[in-house]
Design a protein around this ligand. Structure first.
Ligand SMILES: [Zn+2]
Length: 337
């Protein structure tokens, strides 16, 4: 079968590969859609740390089940599924306490091991999340939205609280939409006015702030009735932005680091103590998050229509990938296999 492999940074190539052999516990699936993620773009540019080449990318997948044994999950031939691409060791300490998302020996499909930029895959049955009512486009978006949704779960944000989301790229967008779907008040800050306009006009966020405005903190306080948000979620991975969260969060509030910084951050401990802040990391998502996000997309409380701005076919990836990811206004590109 024809597979698209990233040979070295900047060079995808079509290769011929044997079809996967399905053993028990696994399902053979046909890949219909592959979402292009920041991780894929970093790998393409050679900026993803600890990344080995060659690699078959693709971890945001909408698939169809072609072959499967009888299983407890009730997954059958012909079912449409989203893929949870975090392959964990079920015996690990983290997995045993229900945190398969941060398992000690976690391998992410399309990042640490070969992923879905190919027609067929053999996948563990428990990594398939069935959703026959969703389109393959929607199924390929579930994982990205789950990353943001898990950040909201970590924060334990309630419908009565206000959250400030810093950064409105795809990861921030997932968090924003999930917070809105549960009825919370959402303030979005970004330095990119185009992205803020997208949040207002398309995602229907009522409150947006320019993060680099000299009056930013005063404007935020005004939106919070003179106080500050109970939850601040950083989806930038930018050191300045992450360090600033400690003074943007209300006393007794929670900070979530969804964006990842390759380096150290520092904060003023007396301020951290005075406010009795809680600092939380958020990594990947749990099987439960997949179920919740699929339910929210199904019942319409989470609208996926705004997400896909660009498309290309799997065959065209070696030629068109660079052009596609360089387009202005790119939110999410989807590859049709
Ligand atoms: Zn991704």
């Amino acid at each position: 079968m024809k597979t698209i492999q990233l040979q070295t940074p900047g060079a995808f190539q079509e290769i011929e590969e044997a079809e996967p052999v399905r053993n028990s516990g696994k399902a053979l699936v046909r890949v219909h859609r592959i979402g292009v993620c920041g991780t894929d773009i970093h790998a393409y540019h050679g900026r993803q740390p600890f990344f080995d080449y060659p690699r078959i990318l693709g971890h945001e997948l909408g698939v169809e089940v072609l072959e499967v044994d009888d299983n407890e999950a009730g997954i059958q031939v012909g079912d449409k599924c989203s893929v949870e691409p975090y392959l964990n060791d079920s015996d690990s300490a983290a997995s045993r306490i229900g945190k398969s998302n941060c398992c000690e020996s976690l391998e992410v499909l399309g990042v640490h091991i070969d992923g879905g930029m190919r027609p067929l895959l053999a996948l563990p049955i428990d990594k398939l999340h069935i959703a026959n009512d969703l389109s393959y486009d929607q199924l390929a978006l579930i994982e990205t939205i789950c990353i943001g949704a898990h950040g909201i779960e970590r924060s334990q944000l309630t419908a009565e609280e206000t959250i400030l989301v810093l950064g409105s790229g795809p990861i921030g967008l997932g968090a924003i939409q999930f917070a809105l779907a549960q009825g919370s008040r959402v303030i979005v800050a970004d330095i990119n006015e185009q992205r803020l306009a997208f949040c207002r006009d398309v995602i229907k966020v009522h409150h947006t702030l320019k993060a680099d405005d000299p009056d930013f903190e005063a404007q935020l306080s005004e939106l919070c009735g003179g106080g500050l948000p109970q939850v601040v979620l950083d989806a930038t991975g930018n050191r300045f932005s992450m360090q600033r969260t400690f003074t943007l969060t209300a006393h007794g509030g929670r900070i979530v680091f969804l964006g990842l910084l390759k380096g150290d951050i520092s904060f003023d401990d007396p301020n951290f103590h005075r406010r009795e802040l809680t600092l939380l990391a958020s990594r990947n998502a749990t099987p439960d998050t997949f179920k919740k996000v699929i339910a929210a997309v199904k019942d319409g409380s989470l609208d996926t229509k705004p997400w896909i701005t660009h498309r290309l076919s799997l065959d065209a990836v070696p030629i068109d990938f660079e052009n596609t990811i360089s387009q202005p206004g790119l939110i999410k590109a989807v590859i049709e296999a």
